[in-house]
Ligand binder design. Structure first.
Ligand code: UD1
Length: 417
């Protein structure tokens, strides 16, 4: 297993280009199953999760190629309606095949996703919505067996806002008979980008960026080509890398409006930001003011940046409180950050972070994707050497992060395991 070795306490400088958004690309990949033919996704990075989803689609019978950041997906021969345990257990996002398979074939068999490092992560909202739209759902031998004669438009009110359940419901509803009203839908930019893709395929979805989506079912869809949106979590991670190393950097190819909650908090820490249409330049502050965060669905502070923001708060001038209301158990990084001499304690699902003068390098272990990013940030700021093991987690969702950081002047090396 590969490791990162970071010699920290060095300033970064320069410009970094943001890659396509993993969490937008994964559901869009499965949306191509809704029709027969060749779709093209532009601006797709080489990430383990994306390769894994390509594998899921190949098992279903699609032809998937990724060359120079352009992914082509040919779905003419897709006919196997199953996502097996071996794949779903490695990547929860495989659940995104449920809606498209049901809509196209009237059948889907998807292994029931288990828990993961960030919590229990149920799929009850996905299943309830599929039932409401006319599917019969049975759970058998660890598999979700879904079937329907024809999906029927209906009204769905989500008890909780869920990115995944909104995406799956949209992908089922686009080919249903009649109109589906979705209330309390997720408003994340990745959902907006899925709506654009589906509408480009010929779907009729209204209400983009609002919590009430109206889907008028159509008889059939057609393949399409679309450029993938920039990754707002990668954008946020690099902004926080600049802040924690007290460096000025320019982040280009990003959509600043998708990071508003983070940008507001960064300004509160004392950093200055110059925001343009598709780039952000961050000017650091020497004294980082402590800022509290609570994660909520978009447009509020994203859970996927909670760990990285906590890394910054470890060297703030005072105490901050961090609460994750999306995944209340998502604090696996706390113990590892404390190994770098951070002072964090968690009580009743709230982390209190007492800022220290400096972090000190140590051996730590990556536990999940965003936790690993937090450790990289902490390692960049810490005095001395930090070795991070199990970095396959970070390769799932960041496009060659060490190469991008090296280009900014960081001393980070990958040691092949
Ligand atoms: C997606 C993202 C993930 C991000 C999360 C929240 C992808 C591949 N993953 O995950 O990176 O952290 O959004 O922004 O895009 N819930 C239920 N029942 C369900 C579904 C969800 O109770 O059936 C709960 C979850 O436990 C959580 C909340 O709803 O508390 C939000 O989860 P959700 O938005 O569904 O997250 P994912 O789609 O799994």
């Amino acid at each position: 297993m590969d490791k990162f070795v970071i010699t920290g306490n060095k300033k970064l400088a320069g410009e970094i280009k943001i890659s396509g958004a993993k969490n937008a690309i994964l559901p869009i990949m499965t949306a191509t199953l809704l029709t027969s033919g060749k779709s093209e996704l532009i601006n797709v990075p080489q990430l383990i999760d994306i390769k894994m989803m390509a594998h899921v689609l190949r098992v279903i019978g699609a032809r998937v190629e990724l060359e120079k950041n352009v992914m082509s997906i040919e779905t003419e021969h897709a006919s196997f309606y199953e996502a097996p345990y071996e794949l779903v257990s490695k990547m929860r996002a495989s659940i995104y095949v449920l809606g498209p398979l049901l809509a196209r074939f009237g059948k889907a068999r998807v292994s029931f996703p288990g828990g993961c490092a960030i919590g229990t992560r149920p799929v009850d909202l996905h299943l309830k919505a599929m039932e409401q739209i006319g599917a019969k759902i049975e759970i058998e031998h660890g598999y979700i067996n879904a079937s329907c004669a024809k999906l029927q438009g209906t009204t769905i009110r989500f008890a909780k806002t869920s990115v995944g359940a909104t995406a799956n419901t949209l992908m089922a509803a686009v080919l249903a008979e009649g109109t589906t009203d979705i209330f309390n839908a997720a408003r994340e930019p990745e959902i907006g980008s899925l709506i654009d893709f589906l509408n480009n395929m010929g779907a009729k979805i209204k209400g983009r960026d609002t919590s009430h989506l109206i889907v008028r079912g159509v008889k059939e869809l057609h393949p399409t080509t679309q450029k993938m949106i920039p990754d707002r979590i990668e954008t946020g991670t690099f902004l926080l890398a600049a802040a924690i190393t007290k460096s000025k950097i320019k982040i280009s190819n990003c959509f600043p409006q998708n990071n508003q909650a983070l940008l507001d908090r960064l300004k509160q820490t004392g950093c200055e930001l110059v925001i343009d249409k598709e780039d952000i330049t961050i000017f650091p502050t020497n004294v980082i003011k402590p800022v509290d965060i609570v994660t909520y669905p978009f447009p509020d502070f994203p859970t996927d940046l909670q760990a990285q923001f906590m890394a910054l708060m470890t060297i703030a001038d005072g105490e901050s409180r961090i609460e994750d209301t999306i995944f209340p158990e998502r604090y696996m990084h706390v113990a590892e950050l404390n190994r770098l001499q951070a002072k964090i304690s968690v009580q009743n699902h709230v982390a209190s972070v007492k800022g220290v003068k400096e972090l000190s390098g140590a051996d730590v272990m990556a536990t999940d994707l965003r936790a690993s990013a937090a450790l990289v940030l902490a390692g960049l700021a810490a005095k001395g050497k930090t070795t991070i093991s199990r970095i396959y987690h970070i390769d799932r969702g960041y496009d060659r992060i060490e190469q991008k950081l090296q280009r900014l002047g960081a001393d980070i090396k990958r040691i092949k395991g």
